[in-house]
Design a protein around this ligand. Structure first.
Ligand code: ARG
Ligand code: ZN
Length: 388
C-alpha cells in the first residue's frame, strides 16, 4: 500500500483519482478538503497502486511513496502482538484502558476520581477521570483523546498525562502547583466504538460506528458533529464519507455526552484541549470561518510559547495558528464549539509525525511524543491558572 504525496495538486485530477480508485485520504481527511499547493497524503490499495502512480506521473504531479507496505508498517507498529498488561509505552486496547482508569483512580484517592459521562452507540461506557487536589471554586481544564479512531497516539497521550500528574504530585513543584489550583478532566477515548473497531476489524477506521438511515455506510465524523457552523464547510453530508457531519449536531451519543458535560460545567471549565494526530500542529479557533477569534492575539501568543516549549525538548517542529488558515476550513469541530460556548482557551493538537509513519507511528515514539506534548500542555495550563 502506498501513500503518495503530491506537492501541488490540481483538484480535478485528485477527484478523478478518488473516484476511480477509492483512496483513503489521511491528510486532509477527505478529497473535498484538498487545496491547491498543499500536500496530500493518501493510502491506495495495492492493486491500484501502480495505476495511481502512472496517473500522477502523466499529470506531472510530484509524489513520494512514504510507506511502501502499510501492512508491514502496522505489524511493526506494535512491538509484539501478544495482548500484554497495560503499559504507557504501548498502544493499549479499550479493555486495558478501561481497567487502567479504574485502577489509577483506586490507587490515587484524593487526586484521581473516575465517573461515567455517558455510553457509546454500541453501549460502551465513556469514562472520565478528574485529576486534581480537592479545593473550592477550582478552575478546570478539559482534555479529550481518541476522537478519531485510527489516531492511536492520542489515547496514549491522555494516559501519559494522568501518569505524569500522579507521579509529579508532591515532587515536581510546577505540576503540584497546577494540580492544587486546577482540575483536569481527562476523557481518554471519546470514540470508543471506533477505537475498538480499529483493533478488531479495520485499523484505518476514523468515524463513530453508528448506523445511518437508508444506507449501509456506518458512522459519523465526531469532529464534524458539533454545533459550530455545522456542516457548512469542510464537512460532508454524504453518509459514506469519512468527514460525514451526521444527521444533526450532536447526533452521536459520544459527542452529545461530551457537550453535555462541558455545558454542565461551563462556569469552571476555562480550557479545552482535544488531541488528534498527525501533522505536528497546534490549532485554535476558528476552523468554520476565516474570521479571527475575539481572543486571537492571546491564543496566538499562548500557542507560540507552547510550541516553542514543545520543540525545546527534541527539536520537533510544530506549526500553529487558527485552524481555518493553518490546515483547512472544517466546520462542526469541538474546539470551535467549546470556544463559542465560552471556553476561551480552546486548542486542537495534531501530534507526531508529519507522514513518515502517519497513523502507524511506532510504539518507540510514544514516550518522546508524550514528553514533548506535556511541555506544551503544561504551558497552556499555567497560562490558564494565571490568567483565566
Ligand atoms: N484534523 C482535524 C480534523 O479534521 C483538525 C481539526 C481542527 N479543528 C476544526 N474545528 N476543524 O478534525
Ligand atoms: Zn483527528
Amino acid at each position: 500500500m502506498d501513500k503518495v504525496i503530491p506537492q501541488s495538486l490540481r483538484s480535478p485530477v485528485a477527484k478523478t483519482l478518488c473516484i476511480t480508485s477509492v483512496l483513503d485520504f489521511w491528510i486532509p481527511a477527505s478529497v473535498d478538503l484538498i487545496e491547491p499547493g498543499k500536500r496530500v497524503d493518501f493510502r491506495a490499495e495495492s492493486h491500484v497502486s501502480y495505476d495511481v502512480q502512472a496517473l500522477l506521473q502523466q499529470s506531472e504531479i510530484p509524489y513520494e511513496v512514504m510507506i511502501d507496505d502499510l501492512q508491514d508498517a502496522l505489524e511493526k507498529q506494535r512491538d509484539s502482538n501478544i495482548r500484554a498488561a497495560h503499559s504507557y509505552e504501548k498502544y493499549n486496547d479499550f479493555d486495558t484502558i478501561s481497567a487502567w482508569s479504574a485502577n489509577i483512580a483506586a490507587q490515587n484517592p484524593g487526586l484521581v476520581s473516575r465517573t461515567q459521562i455517558g455510553s457509546s452507540y454500541e453501549g460502551r461506557p465513556l469514562y472520565l477521570l478528574k485529576v486534581g487536589k480537592s479545593g473550592t471554586n477550582k478552575k478546570a481544564v478539559f482534555i479529550d483523546c481518541g476522537f478519531h479512531a485510527r489516531e492511536w497516539i492520542s489515547p496514549a497521550f491522555c494516559q501519559w498525562f494522568v501518569k505524569e500528574a500522579v507521579n509529579s504530585y508532591g515532587s515536581d513543584s510546577q505540576f503540584t502547583n497546577l494540580l492544587n489550583n486546577l482540575d483536569f478532566y481527562i476523557l481518554p477515548i471519546v470514540n470508543v466504538d471506533g477505537y475498538v473497531y480499529t483493533w478488531t476489524n479495520n485499523r484505518m477506521w476514523r468515524k463513530t460506528r453508528s448506523a445511518n438511515k437508508n444506507s449501509s455506510c456506518i458512522g459519523t465524523d465526531p469532529n464534524r458533529n458539533f454545533d459550530a457552523g455545522w456542516c457548512t464547510v469542510g464537512a460532508s453530508s454524504r453518509v459514506c464519507d469519512d468527514t460525514y457531519c451526521g444527521s444533526a449536531p450532536e447526533s452521536e451519543k459520544e459527542t452529545k455526552a461530551l457537550a453535555n458535560f462541558i455545558r454542565a460545567n461551563r462556569s469552571s471549565i476555562k480550557g479545552y484541549l482535544t488531541i488528534h494526530s498527525y501533522s505536528q500542529m497546534l490549532l485554535f479557533p476558528y476552523s468554520y470561518t476565516y474570521n479571527k477569534a475575539t481572543d486571537h492575539t492571546e491564543l496566538n501568543n499562548v500557542a507560540k510559547a507552547a510550541v516553542s516549549s514543545l520543540t525545546s525538548l527534541y527539536g520537533t517542529k510544530y506549526t500553529y495558528g487558527p485552524g481555518g488558515t493553518t490546515i483547512y476550513l472544517a466546520a462542526g469541530g469541538s474546539d470551535d464549539w467549546a470556544y463559542d460556548v465560552g471556553v476561551k482557551y480552546s486548542f486542537t493538537f495534531e501530534l507526531r509525525d508529519t507522514g513518515r509513519y502517519g497513523f502507524a507511528l511506532p510504539e518507540s515514539q510514544i514516550k518522546p511524543t508524550c514528553e514533548e506534548t506535556m511541555l506544551a500542555v503544561k504551558h497552556i495550563a499555567n497560562h490558564i491558572m494565571n490568567n483565566a
